[in-house]
Design a protein. Sequence first.
Length: 89
Amino acid sequence: MRAVLALDNIDSKKHSGIIAEFRKNYIKTKILPRELSVIIDGLVEVRQGSDYDDFYLISKNEVKEQLQNAENFVNVIEQYLLSIYQENE
């Protein structure tokens, strides 16, 4: 998300700020697919749970699902960044 936001010179010191700006500038404008917002929600939930809940548990299947979601997210972002790069050649 930071790499995409950097294209517009947007940054934030907080995760929530990065997420909000990413959604506002790229998902709500339909530059990137809405499905990314759902992926972000799932990944944030796991991150917050594991960072702040001493007894947070996640199943092996949930780990696999989140890993697949993260890979999908990265693939979409990679394709977007490549398209921007190719436009500017």
